[in-house]
Design a binder for this molecule. Structure first.
Ligand SMILES: [Zn+2]
Ligand SMILES: [Zn+2]
Length: 103
């Protein structure tokens, strides 16, 4: 865990909106609304942490614990569900739809 001391309210609102979409990998398999946690995409290299806006929703199995979880076997995960960047784009699209339905 890195220290995220400067999380703004906008960022935490954004992340709870992302989580509320449900797991994006499950969604691709036809299961919508699987409770999700936040995954920060990208390689965190020295001195550069990924932004809280570069996040996608994944359930614990697709995130950490399953055989095709992004943190267990990223190659298998991306072969099945797409690259993190593709999933990020889809997440942003879904958020637009999600937001529109609440405005
Ligand atoms: Zn899932
Ligand atoms: Zn993660």
């Amino acid at each position: 865990m890195g220290g995220n001391l400067a999380n703004s309210k906008a960022e935490s609102d954004y992340m709870s909106a992302v989580a509320s979409l449900g797991c994006i990998a499950c969604r691709k398999m036809g299961y919508e609304g699987t409770p999700a946690e936040i995954h920060h995409i990208g390689n965190r290299t020295m001195g550069k942490r990924s932004s809280n806006y570069d996040t996608i929703p994944l359930c614990p199995i697709h995130h950490r614990t399953g055989p095709d979880a992004v943190h267990m076997n990223k190659k298998v995960f991306e072969a099945q569900f797409g690259t993190e960047l593709e999933l990020l784009k889809e997440t942003v699209e879904l958020l637009k739809i999600w937001r529109d339905s609440f405005v």
